[in-house]
Write a protein that binds this ligand. Structure first.
Ligand code: HEC
Length: 135
């Protein structure tokens, strides 16, 4: 009786851990991909600095991440050009955030190009996501 039960114990531990893994899956998977590309370690400090970086385009309002997402990531944002509302980016205020890897990549690509004038490299994406995930 004892031996079969002991063999089942690791399986039971896995079943208990699965829901937590599913939640953190998309973010962890992205960070792992950036590490595989040679980036890391990632810090919220570096992400925050990039988040606040402002680029000036002649004749336009300054471009930065908070220009659309506001300085408070737990607050609703507003698209600086279209005025369309944007749901909060902070996972603590919006549990849907950072749960879909394709969505994360799509918007990082668009938003880095628009805001910084170029794509973000894996190190920057890891730093930005680490900062956002902690909000
Ligand atoms: C011109 C407006 C605008 C700017 C500037 C902007 N974003 Fe966004 N961002 C959006 C919109 C619109 C969406 C998609 C709509 C939504 O998800 O609510 C979005 C979505 C995202 C998402 C997807 C999150 C998820 O999992 O759903 C991330 C990550 C993100 N932005 C990060 C950034 C970062 C980092 C910057 C600065 C480099 C930035 N954004 C600058 C408008 C902007």
């Amino acid at each position: 009786m004892g031996a079969p039960l002991r063999r089942l114990a690791p399986l039971a531990a896995l079943v208990v851990a699965l829901p937590a893994l599913a939640w953190a899956g998309a973010l962890d998977e992205r960070l792992a991909a950036y590490r595989a590309a040679g980036a890391g370690p990632f810090t919220a400090e570096a992400g925050k600095a990039l988040w606040g970086q402002t680029r000036t385009v002649a004749g336009e309002a300054p471009r930065s991440c908070p220009a659309c997402h506001t300085a408070d990531l737990k607050a609703r944002g507003k698209h600086v050009e279209t005025g369309k509302p944007i749901d909060p980016l902070a996972p603590s205020a919006n549990p849907d955030r950072l749960t879909d890897g394709r969505q994360i990549e799509k918007w990082l690509l668009r938003n880095c190009k628009w805001t910084l004038g170029r794509e973000c490299v894996p190190q920057e994406k890891g730093d930005l996501l680490t900062f956002i995930a902690g909000q």
